[in-house]
Design a binder for this molecule. Structure first.
Ligand SMILES: [Zn+2]
Ligand SMILES: [Zn+2]
Length: 344
């Protein structure tokens, strides 16, 4: 891409380069996501190792027993409530018969045989109902006692589990940290070479035709480098790494700019000289060139050679431009300053 590239083409190249940048960012994101999925430590295995399968099994069994007991107690409470209701119905019936019996006696009548047997029957039913309620009560009491025993057993188990669990948690944290470092290392092993290679290519092959592609690769890998650092390094490290990387990049670009300014590249040098000759000024110091024709000439102000004899055709040519305007011969010396080298 140079100054003569049509603007449509120039913008198409820019647009495609930006698109390529996003595609590179996307692709590297997929790969980094896959690295993130690397299998970490197994929490269950660590717990088994530190707590022991025996204790874990007892804990599971205890929990199961407790759950079953709770269910049994609530079922028994229901039975008790039902029986108590039945008992109160039986009591009411019995009371009614007792009152009827008493009324008969108070009236001086002998209660009928039927009434007497009903009285005995209802009394019997009430007493039976009382017994079943008592039975249910005892059952609930027994279950609650077992529950209490289980709670005590659980507390003593929890005491010995807590220390082991703490150890397991610490061990798991250690393993997890190691795993995160490993993931970070694999990610960096993937991103850093891309970053270094593309920066080297951008640096060394500044005129290559594929430069926009390499630039897209460089920017995308730089982006992911930052993301990986931010994810895996604690903030206090990251801030130093980040600022050092930024300083390095700025210094590199500054050096490049300074070097370019000190030793202009051919096309910049050529443009500058063409413009200077065109406007009849010395390309080195901008002092006006006098309108004399035909002879060799140096700048009156800085001493740079402006016109000199062509080594090929012997006519007078522009000393600071690559070609002779008479014979077209090209020389290398135009790149050097027109100024004569001072004697040491
Ligand atoms: Zn000059
Ligand atoms: Zn010539």
């Amino acid at each position: 891409m140079n100054d003569n590239t049509p603007w449509v083409l120039r913008w198409t190249i820019r647009l495609l380069s930006v698109l390529l940048l996003f595609l590179f960012v996307w692709l590297q994101g997929f790969l980094i996501g896959d690295i993130d999925d690397m299998e970490g430590p197994d929490r269950q295995a660590v717990e088994n190792k530190y707590v022991g399968p025996e204790l874990l099994r007892s804990e599971r069994e205890l929990t199961q027993q407790k759950k079953e007991l709770e269910r049994a107690i609530s079922r028994q409470q229901e039975i008790k409530a039902n029986r108590r209701e039945a008992m109160s119905v039986a009591q009411q019936t019995w009371n009614q018969i007792v009152q009827e019996h008493r009324r008969e006696l108070d009236a001086g009548r002998q209660p009928t045989k039927e009434l007497s047997s009903t009285l005995a029957e209802t009394q019997e039913r009430y007493l039976r109902a009382t017994a079943t309620v008592e039975e249910a009560n005892n059952e609930v009491g027994e279950l609650q006692q077992r529950q209490h025993a289980l709670i005590i057993e659980e507390e003593s188990l929890a005491g010995s589990l807590t220390d082991r669990r703490d150890n397991a948690r610490r061990a798991y944290t250690r393993l997890w940290d190691a795993h995160r470092w490993r993931v970070a290392a694999v990610k960096l092993a993937f991103v850093v070479p891309i970053f270094l290679l593309s920066s080297w290519l951008v640096w060394k092959r500044s005129n290559a035709i594929f430069r926009p592609m390499i630039l897209a690769l460089l920017l995308s890998s730089f982006y992911w480098l930052g993301v990986v650092m931010h994810q895996h390094f604690p903030a206090e490290y990251f801030k130093y790494i980040g600022i050092l990387a930024a300083i390095t990049i700025v210094v590199a670009f500054l050096l490049h700019a300074l070097r370019t300014a000190a030793k202009p590249q051919d096309d910049i040098l050529l443009r500058r000289r063409r413009e200077a000759y065109h406007s009849s000024r010395c390309p080195e110091c901008a002092y006006p060139i006098p309108q004399e024709k035909g002879g060799a000439m140096s700048c009156a102000s800085c001493g740079a050679s402006l016109f000199s004899e062509c080594p090929d055709c012997g006519k007078i040519r522009h000393h600071l431009l690559p070609h002779c305007r008479h014979c077209g011969a090209e020389t290398e010396r135009w790149r050097t300053l027109g100024r004569p080298v001072p004697e040491p």
